[in-house]
Design a binder for this molecule. Sequence first.
Ligand code: AMP
Length: 528
Amino acid sequence: MDNNMTFQDLGLSARALNAINKKGFEEPTSIQAMTIPVMLRDDTNIIAQAQTGTGKTAAFGLPLIEMIHTESKAVQALILVPTRELAIQVSEEINSLKGDKGLIIVPIYGGQSIDQQLRRLKKGVHIVVGTPGRVIDHLKRKTLKLDGIEHLILDEADEMLNMGFIEDMEEIMKHTNPEKRTLLFSATMPGRIKSLAKKYMDGYELLQVKKETLTSNLTEQIYFEVKASDKFEALCRIVDIEDDFYGLVFCRTKSDVDSVAAHLIDRGYDAEAIHGDISQVQRERTLDKFRKQRINLLIATDVAARGIDVSNLTHVINYSLPQDPESYVHRIGRTGRAGKEGTAITFITPSEYNRLMVIQRFAKTDIKKSQVPKVKDIIKAKKRKIYDDLNTLLENEIDTTYFNWAKNLLEEKSPTEMLAALLNYCFEEEVNPDTYGEIKEIGSKGRQLDQQGKARLFVALGKKDKMNPSKLIDLIMSRVSVNPKQIRDIMVMDNFSFINVPFEKAEEIVVSFKQKGGKPLITHARKK
Ligand code: AMP
């Protein structure tokens, strides 16, 4: 998001701007700023290099919505995606951006009843988001016609190739209108993508986001894996376990910022919010309070936080994962400044694990997994703080009125009894564990709920190295204890291979195959 563009600058209609505003997006992400004007300008083909999480769906979705003619009932755009999950996600994201434009978008994927899809296709659909296999099924049944489409979008094209969809993709392309425009989105740009483009795209514009990599060594970087519904509780615990928390909390949208700030204030924290809808005067007032540490929690969007010059923050919290590695670097660069140590904490939900790994790689940094503080440890920390504060008081002279009062109180009660009553009176709420909510541990069960519960790994050994699926399994089992049945979807190519393994095993495998001084033998497939 290293651009100064606004959504207004991109040539979108008032209806689109309104929908964007409702969605809570403040400014375009880099890939959006690059793609939207080009898509609206003319019908050039585009290849865009963008990871998941960079806002790529809206990058092609927003201009696509603008270009659909709702008076026709014909299919005008096909978005091909590698997985069922992505089909659903993409169609939901586009739906949420269409505002009051009456366009119909349908995801079609294997596993869902074909009859239901037939009924929806028959009624008339403008945009189809589908996985290759199921799209071919419909083409064969002649229940889907693509000879009139104006836009073909290949989303996560590298992933489709990795998953062996190349023949299906080529077959589908043969059925499409030769006059269409093609857009190809891919996280990586291997040679196979370029040859696909050469074969099927008659000239294209290449859009790539510039990379920026600089993180501060003084910042300890950790992440917590929490369910989205537990993030707020986790935030409260982090603040409470620190003696002097002074931090910036980043959320993705204006509405998230408002809601987190309001909840914090309700729970008695000194927090305030800043984002694009807050007036300049209010913003200045809030920033002044934050600088003077009259509030110790500032909740902000990336845009609103830009230009804030506050040193000595103890924490930067990524309540939601940043859009891209550049934003991560910018966000966490606000702590660990001026020779002081700081902590950057990132919350991820189980399905965001891959995105975090991509950020870690591009930001050339090490983000360690950690646990949300336990309630008993927070209470212990609070008691220690009370003890320290009492000692500080005792170091100074205490007014004689208090001594006389104490003597009076102790005439009838024992010191322990009286002190216990006094502590209860003063700190009942503060040390009460019931003020905290439960946070569910995310174990292997939680992870299975995400995407497919699997991670795709790239192995730098192939047929040329005399690899075959069973040798690959043996190799992995020689270093990591894993059930061979859990190593699935093995593809051995000439120079390299791919495997699917459960998420919880993926990192262990990658780490076990790191080689001193050499290229790692196994990496996450997306990170190539
Ligand atoms: P994607 O890369 O398309 O999977 O998008 C990742 C997430 O970013 C989705 O939840 C989007 O709703 C969100 N998003 C996309 N564009 C923006 C933006 N300009 N500002 C804030 N969030 C965005």
